[in-house]
Design a protein around this ligand. Structure first.
Ligand code: GLY
Length: 253
């Protein structure tokens, strides 16, 4: 059960965010509307949402999940690989100090984005991607082990982040697309497979018995509904233009 979430309002500089999507820049007013709808969806799942002010110095800072990992036993400040994102953690740390006594830190030469970390029960999968390197993963595995939690790595070759292509729906079930449908690391789970052309639907948030999913994927919605899951759709069009998904926009704990 999660009870709280932290989000950061997108700034006008959002239009300069990092992207490989090739969909053009986001429409800022529309992004603000979608952000409000996203917050409302989290609230409807029972979460109290702390809304941080926009940080214009960091165009991608609304993707707050990449700057920290929140666990039941500690918070971890990450070390984002993208130079334009490295400073996003500085303003977040004092906020997390309100909630956590134990705050750990990923240090150079390690890099780690929160979008590469997927929790399944008490275990954490860490994607080795263009953003998260093996030293960052090694540091995180040690931090989590010191707090009594386990972690292991998964290669990521087709996606920006691990969670771009795979979502933990339950402790037994993953929603996955592309390389994650058949990865040996996930062979013990039931995999709900998302077709490659619908890959944008693979990043969802399972939260307190509901699933937030991006709007516009009726086939995947039917797949999820068939599992008896209660679905909430959120329009993510402006964030998809920056390779962003639902998980990226919040820290949940
Ligand atoms: N635009 C999100 C990222 O590249 O980190």
């Amino acid at each position: 059960m999660f009870t709280q979430a932290i989000v950061r309002t997108p700034g006008r500089s959002l239009v300069s965010g990092l992207t490989n999507a090739g969909l053009g820049p986001p429409d800022y007013p529309r992004a603000l509307v979608q952000h409000r709808q996203y917050i409302a969806a989290l609230q409807s799942c029972g979460l109290e949402v702390l809304i941080l002010d926009a940080d214009e110095a960091f165009p991608d800072s609304t993707f707050i999940e990449d700057a920290a990992l929140l666990t039941p036993h500690c918070a971890v400040m990450t070390r984002p690989a993208a130079p334009s994102r490295r400073g996003e953690t500085t303003g977040l740390r004092p906020v997390l100090e309100r909630f956590y006594q134990r705050i750990e830190q990923i240090s150079a030469p390690g890099t780690l984005d929160g979008g590469d970390v997927m929790q399944v029960g008490q275990h954490f999968y860490i994607g080795l991607s263009t953003r998260t390197n093996s030293d960052g993963a090694r540091q995180l595995i040690k931090i989590l082990a010191d707090c009594g939690m386990s972690a292991s790595t998964v290669p990521v070759t087709q996606f920006l982040h691990l969670k771009t292509g795979v979502t933990c729906l339950t402790e037994q079930t993953l929603l996955a697309t592309g390389e994650f449908v058949s990865r040996p690391e996930f062979s013990t789970y039931t995999i709900l497979s998302v077709a490659p052309e619908l890959a944008g639907a693979a990043n969802c948030i399972a939260i307190n018995g509901r699933v937030l999913m991006p709007a516009g994927f009726p086939k995947v919605r039917r797949q999820l509904s068939a599992q008896g899951l209660q679905i909430l759709e959120v329009n993510m069009s402006e964030y998809a233009k920056l390779d962003g998904g639902l998980t990226c926009l919040s820290l949940r704990f």
